[in-house]
Design a binder for this molecule. Structure first.
Ligand SMILES: Nc1ncnc2c1ncn2[C@@H]1O[C@H](COP(=O)(O)OP(=O)(O)OP(=O)(O)O)[C@@H](O)[C@H]1O
Length: 276
C-alpha cells in the first residue's frame, strides 16, 4: 500500500534468531523479524519454507530450539502461550455446535483461568458483553445466538478474529486466513485485518499464498526460503523477487516430473522389447 506512511512505532512483536528443527531437518534457520503496532506484515514463501512453524513458535504451539520472541518488550517463554498473542488458522477451529457468542467468549478462557474444556455452563455476563462488542467489531453481532457451524466460511473466520479480540490480543497471527475462502470473503477478511491494525493498533502478521493480496493489504512483505528471511521489503516488492521465492519449488517439481516421464519412457521401451 504505497500511500500508507507509517512512522514505524517500536516493535510490538520482535522475533530474533529463531531456530527450529524437526529431527534432522532444520526448518527455521535464524529467522528474525519485527511487527509494530498498526502494521500488517505478510509472510510469503514456497511450501515448506517455515512460515507456519514461525507463527506457531510465536504463539507457543511449537517450542523453538533457539532465538528469542518478545512481545511489547517482554520475552516469551519458549513453547508457552502469551496472552497478548492470538492466532487464526485456515481451518478455522470453532466449535460448530456452540453458539457464535460462546465461541468468542472462549477467547477469555485463559484470562479467566478456566479450563479449555468449556466445562462452564455459561460465561460470566461481563465476558458475554465484551464478546458481543468483539462480534460487533467484526460486523457479526446479529449472528451471536446462532450455532457457529451454520455460518459461512468467511463469517466463521471473522468469528475467529472476534475470539482473538476477546482474548485481548495485541498481536494477531493469521496462517493462510483466506486460503479456503472465495474472493469476496477473502477481501472482507483482509479488510478486517487491515482495519484492526489501522484503527485498533494491532500488530498483524499473516501467512499468505496470494502475492497480490499481500501487496494490497500489507505494509511490508517478508520473503522466506529455507527457514531464512530472504527479503523484508515494502509492499512494492518486485514480481521477480516474489517469483524467486517459488523458483526452487518449481524447479524441484519440474525435475520430479522429468524423472517420472523418463521412467515412464524407459518402462514403455522395456514393454515394447518384451512384446517384440
Ligand atoms: N510437527 C512437525 N513434525 C515434523 N516436521 C514438521 C512438523 N511441522 C512442520 N514440519 C516440516 O517443517 C517444514 C516447514 O513446514 P511449515 O508448515 O512451517 O512450512 P510452510 O512454509 O508454512 O509451508 P506451507 O506453505 O506448505 O504451509 C516442512 O518440511 C514440514 O513438513
Amino acid at each position: 500500500m504505497s500511500e500508507r506512511t507509517l512512522d514505524r512505532a517500536p516493535a510490538l512483536l520482535r522475533v530474533d534468531g529463531l531456530r527450529k528443527a524437526f529431527g534432522e531437518k532444520t526448518v527455521l534457520d535464524g529467522l528474525s523479524f519485527e511487527v509494530a503496532s498498526g502494521e500488517v506484515v505478510s509472510l510469503l514463501g514456497a511450501n515448506g519454507s517455515g512460515k507456519s512453524t514461525a507463527l506457531r513458535c510465536v504463539v507457543g504451539l511449537e517450542r523453538p530450539d533457539g532465538g528469542t520472541i518478545a512481545v511489547d518488550g517482554v520475552s516469551a517463554k519458549p513453547g508457552e502461550a502469551v496472552q497478548a498473542v492470538a492466532m487464526v488458522f485456515q481451518k478455522i477451529h470453532l466449535v460448530p455446535r456452540r453458539s457464535v457468542l460462546d465461541n468468542v467468549c472462549a477467547g477469555a478462557l485463559g484470562r479467566l483461568g478456566l479450563s479449555r474444556s468449556w466445562s462452564v455452563l455459561a460465561f460470566p455476563r461481563e465476558v458475554q458483553a465484551e464478546a458481543m462488542a468483539c462480534l460487533d467489531r467484526v460486523g457479526l453481532a446479529d449472528r451471536a445466538r446462532e450455532k457457529a457451524g451454520r455460518l459461512s466460511g468467511g463469517q466463521q473466520q471473522r468469528v475467529a478474529v472476534a475470539r482473538a479480540l476477546c482474548q485481548r490480543a495485541r498481536v494477531l497471527l493469521a496462517d493462510e486466513p483466506v486460503s479456503a475462502l472465495d474472493p469476496a470473503a477473502s477481501e472482507q477478511v483482509m479488510h478486517l485485518l487491515r482495519s484492526l491494525a489501522d484503527d485498533d493498533g494491532l500488530a498483524v502478521a499473516a501467512v499468505l499464498h496470494q502475492p497480490d493480496l499481500a501487496r494490497r493489504f500489507s505494509d511490508r512483505i517478508l520473503g522466506l526460503a529455507g527457514g531464512r528471511l530472504v527479503f523484508d521489503s515494502s509492499a512494492e516488492v518486485t514480481d521477480e523477487a516474489v517469483a524467486d521465492l517459488y523458483r526452487p519449488a518449481l524447479e524441484a517439481l519440474e525435475a520430479a516430473e522429468a524423472a517420472e516421464a523418463a521412467a515412464a519412457m524407459a518402462s514403455t521401451g522395456t514393454a515394447t522389447k518384451e512384446f517384440a
